[in-house]
Design a protein around this ligand. Structure first.
Ligand SMILES: Cc1cc2nc3c(=O)[nH]c(=O)nc-3n(C[C@H](O)[C@H](O)[C@H](O)COP(=O)(O)OP(=O)(O)OC[C@H]3O[C@@H](n4cnc5c(N)ncnc54)[C@H](O)[C@@H]3O)c2cc1C
Length: 596
């Protein structure tokens, strides 16, 4: 059976030592989040995740969800686990206090999300979708809508979903057909079929609040005619109690590769009563609030699966005895050494480690940017954070989820044939991980979003601010002897990214296929440069703490070793990425479609 232990020490290093959340005293949501409170919350999150959610992960994968008499039944143990989640007050942790939330930082929410997903991805998606739905209602709802839905959703009594996809439209939402007919009382009748709806129906909550994209009768074609609606599964009485079914049903459940414990539903809306959220025909704008939030959540899924797969691979590598170390026997009393002695096994484990710890730093930074956009006292800081966050959200979503799959695969490889066998749990991690590069906008589309929309936005001000951030760090630390192993390499990698950006500007406009074929490589190049910045900066912090006698020396030394591995074995990929970007689209597009 796989195990999981929440990486509290690493999280504490990031929150307390490296980022030092206390210094952000201009951000409202950080004011009450004292280190003591954060540590207490982390301890409780670790307890419920390790003891309640994680033991259900493997059996729930085997059992899956089932549809009985039109109702979805979740795997054994989920109802009880959800009740404990509800009673712990976890759902409303980052919500506005005005609507029953606790007003704690989004940064903390991201960290807790990682822990829950590592423990049980399928389970974590039920509350995860609710979080996305509450973000949209909070951003776009009228005060009456907020009062009606948010307290019940923050308390986890009601859950939420997002309904975009239809059988003939996934990426291209402009094609969607679900109809919304205006009624005299201001509501709409929603009719249509949505597919692949995560947590579309289940037995964990007394009501499910669906957010549904639909086209109002007579609306323009394409994305400009799409509106967003709140469609509760069950009607809500004037006193707030839950009434009858509102014409919303689950037609069937998808049989899928992974995340078996999360219900993926075909949803039918049969003249269901819906309420406009935001403005008519501006549904995509409102849905993007939810999707940006959800994209960060999906990025965290990549990190979380890498963490848990890695933990199990490390335990196995120290335990499994096969062969001898190349430099001579290490375990002389036994007939063989643990596979941890083999450099090839180390290569896989170090690659995973460098990704996980670097990505976690980047994720916490993204969390701080979210909090800055929402409650920093200085408007200039809010705008700057918004731009950087918009630039980097596709990078986090795409790079983290691709690496989540790679890391799960590498961790499985450490188990040899046993990794392929169900009971070890590694093949579940790999199967579960595979959805994240697909949903919330495929990774290919994220890369197009980065280069097509985010780079040129506001005359390129976000990417200029990003370059400035890293260049300033390089300038400030060029003469720091302790960082001599990093700074020249970071500077060269940044130079490659800047040159590739220039190449895109010169060659992507004249031939858009050049931009399309470079997009994936460019996104990965930006991810590696960002990770390199965090690794150098974390190594600097670790060196300073060792010099001043703070912290745990072994932990800090290990940070420096991992930074060295990142710089020597991963960052060099930036060279080949630049070459691939500049190769252009000629050979990519040359073959006739019929010749494939
Ligand atoms: C388990 C699961 C859960 C899901 N949960 C939800 C949910 O809760 N709510 C919801 O609404 N949807 C959900 N989805 C749907 C998911 O978001 C879509 O599958 C995804 O957006 C891709 O759409 P598609 O499957 O139609 O693929 P398509 O859009 O047909 O894409 C096929 C391929 O073409 C590529 N492609 C398409 N257009 C472009 C382009 N312009 N440029 C470059 N490449 C392109 C894509 O990257 C992809 O590789 C879920 C799907 C699954 C499998």
């Amino acid at each position: 059976m796989p195990t999981y232990s929440a990486p509290i020490k690493d999280i504490q290093f990031l929150l307390h030592d490296y980022f030092n959340l206390q210094k952000y005293n201009n951000i409202q949501s950080f004011k009450e989040a004292t280190p003591e409170l954060i540590d207490a919350i982390l301890e409780e999150a670790a307890k419920i995740s390790e003891n309640v959610f994680q033991p259900l992960n493997l059996p729930a994968d085997t059992q899956g969800c089932r549809l009985e008499n039109g109702k979805v039944i979740t795997p054994d143990g989920f109802k009880d686990a959800y009740q404990q989640y509800l009673e712990g007050g976890w759902q409303g942790m980052t919500g506005d206090e005005k609507y029953g939330g606790q007003g704690l930082p989004q940064t903390l929410g991201l960290v807790l999300n990682e822990i829950m997903v590592s423990a049980n991805w399928g389970f974590a998606m039920y509350p995860g979708l609710t979080k996305g739905a509450t973000e949209s209602i909070y951003a776009w709802g009228t005060d009456e809508q907020k009062q009606k839905y948010l307290p019940k959703m923050f308390s986890a009594e009601w859950s939420g979903t997002m309904n975009l996809t239809e059988p003939h439209c996934g990426t291209d939402l402009g094609l969607l057909r679900t109809k919304a007919e205006p009624q005299t009382d201001g509501s709409y009748k929603i009719t249509g079929t949505k597919i692949f709806i995560s947590a579309g129906d289940h037995d964990l909550t007394e009501n499910i609040i669906h957010l549904v994209l639909a086209r109002i009768t007579g609306a323009p074609e394409g994305v400009k005619g799409i509106s967003l609606f709140i469609v509760p599964r069950n009607t809500i009485n004037d006193d707030g109690t839950v009434g009858d079914n509102n014409g919303v049903s689950c037609g069937s459940l998808e049989e899928k590769m992974g995340i078996h414990s999360n219900a993926t539903c075909v949803m039918n809306f049969d003249a269901a009563t819906g309420y406009l959220l935001g403005e008519e025909h501006k549904g995509m704008k409102a849905m993007f609030t939810m999707m940006n939030e959800a994209r960060l959540g999906v990025a965290i899924q990549g990190l979380a699966i890498a963490e848990v797969a890695q933990q199990n691979a490390v335990i196995y590598a120290n335990d499994r005895i096969q062969g001898r170390a190349l430099t001579g026997p290490q375990n002389k009393d036994a007939k063989a050494d643990p596979i941890m002695v083999h450099p090839d096994v180390r290569r896989m484990l170090m690659t995973n480690r460098a990704f996980v710890e670097g990505a976690r730093a980047m994720a916490v930074w993204a969390g701080i940017l979210v909090d800055t956009t929402r409650s920093h006292s200085d408007e200039k800081e809010r705008v700057k954070a918004e731009e950087l966050l918009a630039l980097l959200t596709p990078v986090l979503k795409s790079y983290f989820t691709d690496q989540g799959v790679e890391a799960a695969s590498r961790a499985l490889q450490c188990f040899g044939g046993h990794g392929y066998i169900h009971e070890w749990g590694m093949e579940q991690f790999l199967r579960d991980s595979r959805i994240a590069p697909i949903y919330e906008g495929t990774n290919g589309v994220q890369a197009m979003d980065l280069i097509g929309r985010k780079l040129p936005a506001n005359g390129g001000s976000a990417v200029r601010a990003y370059f400035d951030l890293i260049q300033t760090f390089i300038n400030d630390n060029k003469t720091n002897e302790g960082l001599a192993g990093y700074m020249p390499h970071l500077e060269k990698a940044l130079g490659r990214l800047q040159a590739s950006t220039m190449w895109l500007m010169q060659n992507g406009m004249s031939n858009p296929n050049n931009a399309g074929s470079a997009a994936h490589y460019y996104l990965n190049l930006m991810a590696l440069v960002t990770l390199a910045y965090f690794w150098a900066d974390m190594a600097k912090k670790a060196q300073e703490m060792i010099a001043s006698g703070e912290g745990n020396k072994e932990f800090l030394n290990n940070k420096i070793i991992t930074a060295n591995f990142f710089y020597s074995h991963i960052l060099p990929e930036t060279s080949s990425l630049k070459v691939k970007i500049e190769a252009g689209s000629e050979s990519v597009m040359a073959l006739d479609a019929q010749s494939f």
